[in-house]
Each structure stands twice: as structure tokens, then as C-alpha cells.
Design a protein around this ligand. Sequence first.
Ligand code: NAD
Length: 315
Amino acid sequence: MPQALVTGGAGFLGSHLCDKLLARGFQVVAVDNFVTGDRRNVEHLANNPDFQLLEHDITQPIPWDGPLDRLFNMASPASPIDYMQIPLETLAVGSEGTKNCLELAKKTGARFLQASTSECYGDPLVHPQVEDYWGNVNPIGPRSCYDEAKRFSEALIMAYHRTHQVQTRIVRIFNTYGPRMRLHDGRVVPSLMGSALRGEALTIHGDGSQTRSFCFVDDLLEGIQRLMESDEILPTNIGNPVEMSILEFAETVKEVVGTEVPISLGPLPENDPKVRRPDISKAKRLLDWEPKIALKEGLERSLDYFRQRVSEEAS
Ligand code: NAD
């Protein structure tokens, strides 16, 4: 059986990726230090003989001596409230952590894929964002620990590819949502779903005119797996290009939850991007990929999960 290793395998995206890889016939080892992950995301895999969980911080060399075919590097705090609390750990995982993954890929000959981010484009001056746009990133602002860590990772990956011929892939992920997100990770989907389910007002930052594009987790992971199996070395955007204002998003949440709670406006965080939308022409052309799940359907598929988390919180 082919062997895959997923760093950040107990996180939101990483745990779903483990499920998909197992379903495709891989043996999977998830590596996680649980800094933002949750054991509950992988506990259903505990008795699966093809799954192994390694509790480890990837800023230290990864203790894997077996053969390896595919290495997905998903480890990094991903939500602003997480990475602003632990900026040094975030910079470390994007530098030392990525280097340790690349060393393992070099040693084993595994193909490596990096979960990069639309944050590489910063507060973009080109809209929608195409892969050859170099971005508008504040290198010293409160978000820089994440944005610059991810940009450094990309530079390191290209250097390993050019110097050591490691087979590398880079996906620039745009806002993705679904079951297993933490209710209080500060990202807009769990935050507004949680408020709506509790019957509280939906708080929006700014005037709600800033735009986002939301991709359902299953669509994203299909794109990521296709990219891994393709020959493309350079960064590729994967996300949903349907763009909407945060205000429109809040209205959709209310509709899906079936509530009439009010919407209230709060202050806009520093360096919050005003617009965000992927140009996915490259993924369409190279991977024959595009998202299939509309926002309303994706939120409906996530509803039971968020409802359960809200009721656990109340009890
Ligand atoms: P998450 O916080 O749920 O998952 C990240 C996982 O990485 C967690 O389980 C965490 O414990 C683990 N981790 C962090 N530092 C580690 C370390 N030093 N060693 C081992 N494990 C470590 O976040 P997510 O949304 O699942 O994001 C996964 C990846 O995708 C991240 O790299 C993130 O930057 C990227 N990404 C996500 C989105 C999104 O919308 N969800 C958007 C862009 C990029």
C-alpha cells in the first residue's frame, strides 16, 4: 500500500485529508502537536490498522524511518486569533517545520505538497488573485507572522526543488470551511454559525462590505489531491471563486440556521483584506478541477456538526 504522511493531521483540513487518503487506499500517518488541533478530529480512526497518529512538533526533525510516497504539510496555526497568540511558533512551523518536512521528502523520495495560503497575496491590489501576482503584504503587521511564514515556506520549497530536485507542489488555499472547525477559532464561518445557533446577534467586523469567497472542505481536498498527482511545481490557487460581501454571507447563515437574529457591526481588524477571490483558471485548465458545492449546501452539510458543538458548550 502507498504510504502518506500528513502534518497537522489532527486539524480541520488535515483530519479530513487523512479520511480521504485512507479511502483511496493509502496507509496514513498523521503528525500533530495539537497546538490548534483536536483529538476528536481523528478519534474515529483510532482502530483503523492503516492509520497511525504521531504526537510530534514538526519544528523538530520528524521521526519517520519507513518508506514514504506522499507528504502533505498542513501544519500551521491558521486562524488570526490562533497565530496572533503564538506568532513565534507560527514563524517556526513555517520555517523550521517546513524545512524538516522537505528534509524527510529528500531522504525518502516522497512527493511533497505545501498548504500555502491566499494570505501570500496580502491585501491584494490585483483582483481576482492570479498565481503570478506577488502580493501586497505588510511584513511587520500583526498578521505578518503568518503571511511571511507562508511566503518563506514557498521560497524554501522552491530552493529545495531547484537545489535537491525534491518533487514539490504548492497549493494556495482560499477560505475553506466545513465540519471540524473549532467554534471559537475566530474565523467567520464558525463564528457566525455559532452565534446564529445560540440565537445571538451576528457580529460583523467593519461595515460588512468586505468580500470573501468560501470553499467547502470536500471541494478543496479534491483539488489538493489532484494537484499532488499532477506535474505542476509552481503555486496553484484552490478555492471557490463565488465572491460575496460578509453581509450577504451573514444573511445566508441566518437562512440556513433558520433564525431571525440581528446583525451588528464591530471594528475592522488591522490589515484585514478588503477583497478576496481566487482566479482558478489554472486549476481548471491543469487539474480539470472546479468547486461543485455551493455555499448554502456546504453550510447545510456543516449544520449538524456546529449544532452539536454549540449544544456541548451549553451543557
Ligand atoms: P488547523 O489549526 O485546524 O490545523 C492545523 C494543524 O496543525 C493543527 O492540528 C495543529 O495542532 C497543527 N500544528 C501546528 N503547528 C504544528 C507543529 N509545530 N507541529 C505539528 N503540528 C502542528 O487549521 P486548518 O484550517 O486545518 O489549516 C491547515 C493548513 O491549511 C494550514 O497550514 C493553513 O495555513 C492552511 N490554510 C487553511 C485555510 C482555511 O481556510 N482553512 C486557508 C489557507 C491556508
